[in-house]
Design a binder for this molecule. Structure first.
Ligand SMILES: Cc1cc2nc3c(=O)[nH]c(=O)nc-3n(C[C@H](O)[C@H](O)[C@H](O)COP(=O)(O)OP(=O)(O)OC[C@H]3O[C@@H](n4cnc5c(N)ncnc54)[C@H](O)[C@@H]3O)c2cc1C
Length: 149
């Protein structure tokens, strides 16, 4: 996403964010990252021991380029978020919510995220096929309901 940034620039920018911390000792790294120092030390020991003994990683990681010995050490805060949901309410072509028997629930309409990515993208994630239909169907449904009122 930032192909024109040099390695130096990435390091400089990383220092501006609380998500990235570095330290010369693991204890300090844990302190700065808000982690338990003993647990971090143990985790690194287990990681290194499995790597040097050529054992499979306990978490199934395949990319293990080197043991973690040489400072500086870095920690990056990871955050999980949901991009889209495929689980959803089923609707008919009039955007009426349908029950398990396929019958329309009276006066209940749905569109956008709540009808799920599969409604507009099939079995794959297709960029743009969530926000665009949410806006378009919202306008179409809103207009038709307005005319009915
Ligand atoms: C990080 C991220 C990136 C994405 N990128 C893309 C992309 O590139 N292309 C794409 O097509 N889609 C993308 N999506 C998905 C897309 O943004 C959503 O599917 C779409 O915005 C859903 O629109 P919506 O109107 O159905 O729901 P929302 O945009 O979630 O709107 C629901 C609204 O209802 C409000 N609300 C909730 N509860 C209540 C309540 N009780 N009372 C009143 N208001 C309430 C919420 O505050 C919110 O404003 C992305 C989603 C995320 C999270």
């Amino acid at each position: 996403m930032i192909p024109d940034w040099s390695s130096d620039r990435i390091l400089r920018e990383a220092q501006k964010s609380k998500m990235f911390v570095s330290a010369m000792e693991l204890d300090n790294l844990a302190f700065r990252a808000g982690l338990n120092p003993l647990k971090l030390k143990k985790t690194v020991e287990i990681y290194n021991a499995h790597l040097t003994s050529k054992l499979e990683d306990p978490f199934g990681r395949k990319f293990r380029p080197a043991a973690i010995h040489k400072p500086p050490f870095y920690a990056i805060q990871m955050q999980v978020w949901t991009l889209v949901s495929f689980a959803a309410l089923a609707v008919n072509e009039r955007l009426e919510v349908i029950d398990i028997a396929g019958q329309a629930v009276p006066n209940l309409f749905a569109l956008g995220e709540v009808i799920g990515a599969g409604a507009t993208s099939g079995k794959s994630y297709v960029n743009g096929m969530l926000v665009t239909p949410a806006i378009t169907f919202g306008r179409v449904l809103g207009s038709s309901l307005f005319q009915l009122a």
